[in-house]
Design a protein around this ligand. Structure first.
Ligand SMILES: *Cc1c(COP(=O)(O)O)cnc(C)c1O
Length: 391
């Protein structure tokens, strides 16, 4: 196999010399963790997305967990999210012993349907089973209709926790994702397949000082070092207080330094991802596939390049999928509907619960899309797909 015919993953990181130098600099410094880089990274992200506060942690999963805790989610409460997401969007509620439910998707965008959300809220109000937290997921980097969801939050009294793991660098109604105009907390992921990376890492943004402070304490054992906030008189200058049950969810300075360096090319990366998506649109225009729709008031960061086969036959989907994989095209399904995972089936969910999400999973394919992909690679993806669709 020549180099150009190597395996093409659906996503991967791009690491520059500057990124490497930034990490090496931390390795030579006094602090590998809990030093200045984490604070600088938090401030840089908060400033970039226009939020008052940023709390960096070791993954988006951890960020979702402490966000739920800070929002007061607990046993007997309810968290709703989309079935078309990574399992972490739902698991965060389970960590807090809350009950999980899902809101079906809008088929053309793959995003949580606002109509379905409204209908479910109306029914739940009657039954007294309203959610405490709703987690809209910006699938593939495309913002949900946050103004509409925010209006429902005001009407029904739930908190909105945006899972923007895919969406840093994206915009909604010409505002950056993460400025929390329509939500309490936004969460980003810096896993290597995402838009920018820290190896592993996540960050929560909020405009609430109280929520930021709570999350900062929860990420580090529930400890405060702020003497002003001590519940008991400090016996000496060596003191700290553990006031709640927290975790060790801290990000290291090594990770934060990588993130700070990666952040510098965020706009460039998003532009390149948009360019590749437009190119796919042109190259795929004659094939029996639909690309996920991006609403007019959204700039997607295109974490994923999702197409949907027009043939509704699940066997055909499988055939195309396997064919692409066999030819070295690393396509992926984002996602198996979360409610059909064995863990959630054991909680009572079953086939037929969320039909639009289930239909999506029978024809969606994420094509390779990331800054390392060349025009030649894209052409190869499309040619391979075209020959499989004709066969
Ligand atoms: C990747 C991802 C997460 C989890 O991110 P980690 O940083 O790996 O914990 C959560 N939600 C969505 C939608 C994701 O894609």
């Amino acid at each position: 196999m020549s180099h150009s015919e190597s395996f093409l993953p659906y996503g991967r990181q791009t690491i520059s010399k500057n990124d490497i130098d930034a990490v090496v600099e931390v390795l030579r410094s006094p602090f590998l963790t809990q030093g200045p880089a984490v604070l600088a990274f938090e401030q840089a992200i908060a400033e970039k997305v226009g939020a008052a506060h940023g709390v960096a942690v070791n993954s988006a999963t951890s960020a979702l967990h402490i966000a739920c805790l800070a929002l007061g989610l607990g046993p007997g409460d309810r968290l709703w999210t989309s079935p078309i997401t990574f399992v972490a969007s739902a698991n965060c509620g389970r960590y807090c012993q809350a009950e999980i439910d899902f809101v079906d998707i809008e088929p053309t965008t793959g995003l949580m349907s606002v109509k379905a959300l409204k209908t479910k809220l109306e029914a739940s109000e009657q039954k007294g089973t309203l959610p405490k937290v709703v987690v809209p997921v910006h699938l593939s980097g495309t913002s949900c209709d946050m103004a509409a969801i925010g209006a429902l939050a005001d009407r029904y009294g739930f908190a909105v926790l945006e899972d923007a793991s895919h969406a840093i660098g994206g915009r909604y109604k010409d505002e950056p994702i993460g400025n929390c105009s329509h939500c309490a907390i936004t969460v980003f992921s810096f896993h290597p397949v995402k838009i920018i990376t820290t190896g592993e890492g996540g960050l929560a943004t909020t405009n609430s000082f109280r929520l930021a402070q709570q999350m900062a304490e929860l990420r580090s054992h529930g400890i405060t070092k702020d003497i002003q906030r001590f519940e008991r008189p400090a016996p000496g200058p060596w003191s700290y207080e553990q006031q709640s049950l927290g975790f060790n969810y801290r990000m290291t300075d090594l990770q934060a330094a990588l993130g700070l360096s990666q952040l510098q090319k965020l706009d460039e990366v998003v532009t390149e991802r948009n360019r590749q998506w437009q190119r796919y649109r042109e190259l795929l225009s004659d094939l029996p596939v639909n690309l996920l729709t991006v609403p007019e008031d959204v700039l997607s960061s295109f974490h994923l390049g999702v197409i949907r086969l027009t043939d509704p036959d699940p066997d055909h989907h499988r055939y195309i999928f396997e064919g692409l994989r066999n030819m070295g095209i690393g396509v992926q399904l984002h996602y198996t509907p979360v409610h059909l995972q064995p863990y959630f089936r054991k909680l009572g969910f079953k086939e037929g619960d969320f039909p639009a999400a289930e239909a999506y999973a029978t024809n969606a394919i994420s094509l390779p899309l990331h800054p390392g992909l060349t025009n030649h690679d894209q052409q190869r993806v499309v040619n391979t797909l075209a020959s499989l669709l004709k066969a």
